[in-house]
Design a protein around this ligand. Structure first.
Ligand code: MG
Length: 373
């Protein structure tokens, strides 16, 4: 990518704060393109294919998994970055890596693992994503992890407690100093939200758990749905739903680009330091923000808290509790790589469980229950 047409406040790969272990500059790619490629080649990235987004991965071939979710996030992030004349490669790398640390069984899995880890420092998927790219991937001769650039790592660490920030060194500093991340990281964050709101509507409708009637209670859906119906009076079912979703994504992306462009002017943003010291630059209009809150509440009530989704989540939690306790009581059940001394054992178990796909967790669960019979 040619970075010369980017705004001054964009993050340039030649000006990166660098990698933890010094490496020669890449010859055919920019630094952030190299980061993106390392993320795609990682084991954790491939495993996203079999991890729950909302629906447990084994349920149906049609629903999003964390992998297809991450690809949708990357594609939306690139469009926004390109239109704001900032670094598309960096936004893409952050987007592809943002969910690497997710446990099997989605948020329910993380909740369960966090409870298991309460006495051992807790578990948080965002921190785990960083842990994967910093230590856990084992591929390169000269270092553990992927040795990504500071800017990519910083973007991956979306939120963080003050206590953890103090332990994390350079990437933790912005939380201590209350600074913003790069504009590329801000973009990846919004792209995540745009992607999941819409694909969850799509998956929700296809599963039958979410209905048009419920969605019609929500202004943003109602508006776009009736617009598409007026434009194509004979359009039915799938195509009608999909065109509505498409039109909503378009509206959100456009709104985000235009408001962010305005913010850049209004806040007099010239340099990267201005970006960091300013209030958040990437935002929606107030009107759209309210509509999105209404949409999210609808998804929460009708999809994420649907008795069927909740019961699958509960099953996932049980499996995580069971596995954690089984490994903790008998570390011989773990692969050799994850058996360690008492002080580090709980964290190693969390790393092992977090790395599992949904189906592998099911398999381990039946293996160990068979052994314990
Ligand atoms: Mg995500």
């Amino acid at each position: 990518m040619n970075e010369s047409n980017l705004h001054r406040f964009a993050t340039r790969s030649l000006e990166t704060k660098g990698r933890q272990f010094k490496e020669a500059a890449p010859s055919m790619r920019s630094e952030f393109q190299r980061d993106r490629d390392r993320i795609i080649h990682s084991t954790a990235f491939r495993r996203l294919e079999y991890k729950t987004q909302v629906f447990v991965n084994q349920e149906n071939d049609l629903f999003r998994t964390r992998l297809t979710h991450s690809l949708e996030v990357a594609q939306i992030a690139r469009t926004i970055a390109r239109n704001l004349f900032v670094n598309e490669d960096l936004s893409e790398a952050i987007a592809l890596a943002h969910d690497l640390g997710h446990t099997p069984f989605g948020h329910a899995g993380q909740e369960a693992l966090n409870i298991c880890m309460k006495a051992h420092g807790g578990f948080e998927h965002n921190l785990q994503s960083l842990r994967i790219v910093d230590y856990l991937e084992q591929r390169y001769a000269d270092f553990d992890g992927l040795n990504l650039c500071f800017e990519t790592r910083e973007g991956i660490l979306k939120h963080c407690s003050i206590k953890n920030a103090k332990l994390l060194g350079d990437v933790g500093e912005r939380f201590l100093n209350k600074l913003q991340p790069s504009i590329e990281a801000q973009i990846a964050n919004y792209a995540d939200e745009i992607a999941y709101n819409h694909h969850d509507i799509d998956d929700g409708l296809r599963s039958g758990l979410l209905t048009i009637e419920r969605l019609n209670d929500v202004k943003i859906w109602r508006t776009h749905y009736s617009q598409i119906k007026n434009q194509y009076p004979y359009l039915m079912n799938k195509k009608l739903n999909y065109e509505t979703i498409r039109s909503m994504i378009n509206t959100m992306v456009k709104d985000l680009i235009s408001i962010s462009t305005e913010n850049l002017k209004q806040f007099h943003i010239v340099t990267i330091d201005d970006v960091r010291q300013s209030q958040a630059i990437v935002t929606y209009s107030l009107e759209l923000k309210e509509q999105i809150i209404e949409l999210k509440k609808c998804l929460f009530r009708n999809l994420y808290k649907h008795p069927y989704v909740v019961s699958m989540a509960e099953q996932g939690k049980k499996i995580i509790y069971y596995l954690f306790n089984a490994y903790f009581q008998n570390k011989q059940l773990l692969p050799k790589d994850f058996q360690t001394d008492e002080k580090r054992q709980a964290r190693a178990i969390a790393d092992y469980i977090a790395g599992m796909t949904d189906r592998y967790a099911f398999k381990e669960y039946s293996r160990i229950t068979m052994l314990n019979r």
